[in-house]
Design a protein around this ligand. Structure first.
Ligand code: KIV
Length: 264
């Protein structure tokens, strides 16, 4: 088993697993200093490409961003989202997951559950492709952004789904927008670690979309804690730059290229 995955598994019931998304090497390089898992999420569709949902992201988009992210990663586990349509059946799932692993040298792929694709996970794991599952709000398959697991029936259904994903061989599972009670139940029942997003502190780890927690994306549901307001910082910097150019304060003689030195 991949050493990094073993390390993640050993954290269950011991210490929290910390993860965020990245789409570029510059961000990945910062995240890698602190995190256990970096996810190249198909949330890049909304965050980077300005799409309404994640559906149009292609395997090529994912490969290109993962190659960039990989350059910034030394120690974290690199997990990559399989885009919508790339795992419709066992044959295409195997072909595309192998392609992703081979092209990017990532550590694992993430697959959203549609409550039917357990056999696909099983076959990928059998082919030595580590899989992270994803239940609850799964943007590739669900339109409605809502809290799941608020009734006992829903809780049980989610638990069953999570258990089938574990049985299929996934090494970990994302719980997105689950009620705290459902997240606690699933986390207690499963042997593999649960990674929550909008699913309370009862999960074994947490993930957020980096651009959301940095205040850059403009998407701030209740479960997102904004740790910075990069929008405001960038706005201020751009305003200052605009003023400097107009007032001929930039470039100043400090920025002229005299002699042979190109860098400071
Ligand atoms: O695409 C993504 O960023 C994700 C996380 C929200 C878990 O799937």
């Amino acid at each position: 088993m991949n050493k990094k995955i073993r390390k993640i598994l050993l954290k269950k019931n011991k210490s929290k697993i910390v993860s965020l998304t990245a789409y570029s090497s510059s961000v990945a390089k910062i995240l890698d200093k602190f995190l256990d898992i970096v996810l190249v999420g198909d949330s890049m569709a909304n965050v980077l490409y300005g799409h309404k949902n994640t559906h149009k992201i292609t395997l090529k988009n994912i490969v290109e961003h993962t190659l960039s992210v990989k350059k910034g990663i030394k120690k974290s586990l690199l997990v990559v989202d399989m885009p919508k349509g790339s795992y419709n059946n066992i044959k295409s799932a195997k072909k595309n997951a192998k392609f992703l692993m081979y092209e990017t040298a990532c550590d694992a792929v993430k697959i959203e559950s549609n409550k039917k694709n357990f056999e696909i996970i099983k076959k990928l794991v059998k082919s030595n492709i580590p899989v992270m599952g994803h239940i609850g709000y799964t943007p590739q398959f669900k339109k409605k952004f809502r809290i799941e697991g608020q009734t006992i029936i829903e809780e049980k259904k989610l638990l069953k789904e999570a258990m089938l994903i574990e049985e299929a061989g996934a090494f970990s599972i994302v719980l997105e927008c689950l009620s705290p009670k459902a997240a606690k139940l699933i986390t207690n029942q499963l042997k593999i670690p649960t990674i929550g997003i909008g699913s309370s502190m009862f999960c074994d780890g947490q993930i957020l979309v980096t651009d959301d927690m940095l205040g850059l994306s403009g998407f701030y549901p209740k479960f997102v804690k904004k740790y910075a307001n990069l929008n405001r910082i960038i706005e201020k910097a751009v305003k200052k730059y605009t003023r400097d150019v107009k007032l001929k304060k930039f470039p100043s003689s400090n920025n002229y290229l005299n002699g042979t030195k190109l860098r400071k």
